[in-house]
Design a protein around this ligand. Structure first.
Ligand code: HEC
Ligand SMILES: [Cu+2]
Length: 331
């Protein structure tokens, strides 16, 4: 490519020099009019050569484009992603799993992603893994992603979709095969039974308040579809699609007034008494299959260390990512 361009530059420069050389112009153009070869040069250099070059490049582009849009190997699995204002619903149809905002995939395997939207146009973008693909109503767009190293890859809605567009974040978590299989089998199960009196009370509060109208918790009467599925919410990286890190104190802030941290989001403030709030938090934190030590949050091999800022009690701790160790994929 470089040498072809260099040749073109040299030829063009030579032609310009010939044209501007003072001596020749006087003797040829004024006296005898335009020479016949000049017309042919314009047709050849201005029409025939560019058409030939562009046609060859076009053929290469078309074949590369179709190669890039197809996975090289058969896709390992399919994930459906539904865009909502302002969070991501994530479904694994074959495994019957519904979750939100975290997309677990097996490392080094191509995964097909089916994109639809529940409301306006959104755009699915994981800068480190793939380009942008829009989520358009009435249409299913297909693309595929593959992560060659385990880790957490930050994704972002890339099409302005309303007030909280910037807080419409998601994470692709690429797990080694064993970890991924464990995640799949556990995520497919109904919610953990509450242990302890606080969590048991929290379950009652949840099931008897407005929460059930909007949220699903597998294995309970809560089957709402307005907000994210909360069956294994304790296991997720963030609350509110990347707005806050997933900690008990942030859960408290989110539930008592999510509007203070994500203004305009579609969950209204729910008035709960302090003891009810505490109980609900104990219940939700318990909805975490990996409580027994192996949380995926912060312990994914090669994952980015998540740090929080403003962690004094009572203030929201925002999710931000700090210095990543050498060799790990940054967020
Ligand atoms: C009117 C519907 C509605 C009601 C009622 C509601 N929520 Fe929500 N909830 C939502 C929506 C919508 C979101 C997603 C907001 C966003 O991220 O933009 C959400 C998000 C959440 C999240 C964060 C989930 C995640 O993965 O980011 C939690 C936790 C939560 N709600 C708990 C509750 C609890 C507990 C109650 C009852 C006290 C409740 N919600 C009542 C609609 C509702
Ligand atoms: Cu958006």
């Amino acid at each position: 490519m470089f040498w072809v361009s260099a040749l073109v530059v040299a030829v063009v420069t030579a032609l310009i020099l010939i044209g501007v050389l003072p001596g020749r112009r006087r003797s040829t153009t004024r006296d005898k009019g335009t020479p016949r070869w000049a017309g042919r040069l314009v047709i050849l250099g201005g029409v025939v050569v560019p058409v030939a070059v562009l046609a060859v490049l076009w053929a290469f582009t078309l074949s590369d484009m179709s190669a890039l849009s197809q996975p090289r190997r058969l896709v390992a699995m399919k994930v459906q992603v539904v865009g909502h204002q302002w969070w991501w619903e994530v479904r694994y149809p074959r495994q019957g799993i519904v979750t939100a905002n975290d997309i677990h995939i097996p490392v080094s395997r191509p995964v097909e992603v089916e994109l639809t939207t529940d409301d306006v146009i959104h755009s699915f973008w994981v800068p480190q893994l793939t380009g942008k693909t829009d989520l358009i109503s009435g249409r299913t767009n297909r693309m595929w992603i593959q992560a060659d190293r385990p880790g957490v890859y930050r994704g972002q809605c890339a099409e302005y979709c309303g007030l909280q567009h910037a807080n419409m974040i998601f994470y692709v978590v690429a797990d080694p095969p064993d970890t991924f299989r464990q995640w799949l089998s556990r995520e497919g199960q109904p919610a953990a039974t509450p242990t302890g009196s606080a969590a048991t009370r929290g379950r009652e509060v949840f099931l008897s308040s407005a929460c059930v109208g909007c949220h699903t918790i597998g294995g309970t009467e809560a089957q709402g579809k307005v907000g994210p599925d909360l069956t294994h919410v304790g296991d997720r990286i963030s609350i509110g699609a990347g707005t806050l890190s997933n900690t008990p104190s942030n859960l408290a802030i989110w539930i008592s007034d999510s509007q203070s941290v994500k203004p305009g989001n579609l969950m209204p403030p729910i008035p709960l008494r302090p003891d009810e709030l505490e109980a609900v938090i104990a219940f939700l934190e318990g909805l975490d299959w990996s409580r027994s030590g192996k949380r995926s949050r912060g312990s994914v091999p090669g994952s980015t260390p998540w740090t929080t800022s403003g962690s004094e009690s009572g203030t929201a701790t925002r999710l931000s990512c700090s210095s990543s160790p050498p060799g790990s994929r940054p967020c």
